[in-house]
Ligand binder design. Sequence first.
Ligand SMILES: C[S@@+](CC[C@H](N)C(=O)[O-])C[C@H]1O[C@@H](n2cnc3c(N)ncnc32)[C@H](O)[C@@H]1O
Length: 280
Amino acid sequence: MQHKILSEISEKDFDLFRSLVKREVGIFIRQEKRKLLGLKLSRRLQDLGLSSYFDYYHYILKPEGAKELQRLVNIITIDQTSFFRGEKQFEILRKRILPEVIQRKIEKKRIRIWSSGCSTGQEPYSLAMLIYEMDNVDMSWDIKILATDANTRSLKIAYLGRYRGDQVAEVPPAYLTKYFHKESRGGEEVFRIKESLKKTLIFRRLNLLMSINQLKGPIDLILCRNVMIYFDSATKKKVTDQFYNLLGPKGCLCLGLSESLFGIDDRFALIGRAIYRKKG
Ligand SMILES: C[S@@+](CC[C@H](N)C(=O)[O-])C[C@H]1O[C@@H](n2cnc3c(N)ncnc32)[C@H](O)[C@@H]1O
């Protein structure tokens, strides 16, 4: 379908969408993003045959608009990610955090990890590879990595576990051979996660703003990297509270490299590169 650019989104309509997005997924859209948001929404408006942003807003709010609200979430969330993103952090996980978890679990051989805001899957798959490369761990361990996100389009990609050559550039060659099938699709090389690794992951749509009572702890390690950056302090506190309650004793919470719990929650101790350990 041909998309013509609608007139710019007005300040008033921008504020409506801004509040809606903040309420639904906690993301604060900065004023500078007004034109960009308008542009992103205008395509959808035209597909629906609507002529104004205001009509689209009310379309979403109708009882039958729930699906459209999910579409909006898919449009506005930022899915940027990569394998082994935050290399220095992965080093700490490999050298310190995971060996400690494995030591604690050496008898039960059971590990629970949550990648909350997993986007298109590179983060939880990286973790899974890292774990199976650790000493004393093999495929007989009961390891589950819960991979969740509010964006259903990203989750679908994560579930497929199929990546282009440029997307696996950060994956060590030995891991590529061990954990991926190399295939050809339409003349292009693609890398598909092997089933043996994939079965470690459980994919689920989960909005961090909603109550996460349905999740069962204790969890050994939670990753929430580059997700809360657009949340305000009160929302960060609420989400962190839920993490605190789900983590087991000595459980760790890993944030994005530019994020911090300073002024948010002092029940965690910083142990390195935006990695926190539950105190007590
Ligand atoms: C920039 S990506 C980060 C992906 C990965 N954690 C990383 O660091 O590479 C942020 C992800 O957070 C998700 N997200 C944003 N708000 C969310 C919310 N309220 N609940 C769950 N996921 C959310 C987005 O859909 C997106 O996939």
